[in-house]
Design a protein around this ligand. Structure first.
Ligand SMILES: Cc1cc2nc3c(=O)[nH]c(=O)nc-3n(C[C@H](O)[C@H](O)[C@H](O)COP(=O)(O)O)c2cc1C
Length: 203
């Protein structure tokens, strides 16, 4: 580790500022341009690659969908929705199209699951940790992001179009961009209370 980055060398006020920013993260579903790219996007992807990973499998795979490719991606999602669901497919196809159209950057996060002594769930959790690290980095850089799944994320055909064939699989899509300004009087979502989620173990 670069000694200049050792925790003891980081000034306390910098640490507190970083934590304050981390604790201010919330999902941003309403996005607009611009999305991070270049060096900023590299930082976000590198944050994903800092996820813990049992067995050094390095199972994370990130597929970027942006720019003009989004139209073709929306077509695929629409095709998948129509093939999956005769009753609600058309409605789901339109929903998917609208989401892709208003999302400047989509990071599809997948896990290349390897058979062996590391249980599948640990590999998937590592993919989830990578997704979370990226969401935090998106927020720290001043952008907004939201993790979504839905029926498309569990559809084998959609997984295949992204290059994930069983046992490998998608763990979700990160929608990334610039958060749309919220009206000043918009209600803020209360965060959960620490004490409702934590207890001391007692035998
Ligand atoms: C694995 C996973 C899948 C999710 N899928 C969806 C989804 O498909 N649609 C949705 O509206 N929210 C989904 N969410 C929830 C949002 O990403 C977000 O966490 C939620 O809106 C709460 O906002 P917050 O992150 O600010 O607490 C998902 C979250 C996780 C962890």
């Amino acid at each position: 580790m670069d000694q200049s980055l050792a925790p003891s060398a980081i000034r306390r006020d910098e640490t507190m500022r970083a934590l304050e920013l981390l604790l201010s993260r919330q999902s941003a579903g309403l996005l607009q341009e611009p999305a991070p790219d270049g060096a900023e996007l590299d930082l976000i992807l590198d944050a994903g690659l800092r996820a813990p990973d049992h067995g050094r499998l390095r199972p994370w795979r990130f597929v970027l969908i942006r720019g003009e490719q989004r139209t073709k991606w929306a077509d695929r999602l629409a095709e998948a929705a129509l093939a999956r669901d005769r009753e609600n497919g058309a409605m789901m196809a339109e929903k998917a199209r609208a989401w892709v159209a208003r999302t400047p950057l989509i990071i599809a996060v997948g896990v290349e699951v390897k058979a062996g002594k590391i249980p599948e769930i640990e590999q998937l959790l590592s993919g989830g940790a990578a997704a979370m690290n990226m969401l935090s980095a998106v927020h720290l850089l001043g952008y907004g992001g939201m993790w979504v799944t839905g029926a498309n994320a569990y559809d084998p055909q959609v997984n295949k179009w992204l290059g994930f064939e069983a046992p490998s699989r998608l763990v979700g899509f990160l929608g990334v961009g610039t958060p749309r300004p919220m009206p000043a009087d918009a209600p803020k979502m209360a965060r959960p209370l620490r004490e409702q989620h934590t207890r001391e173990w007692a035998p």
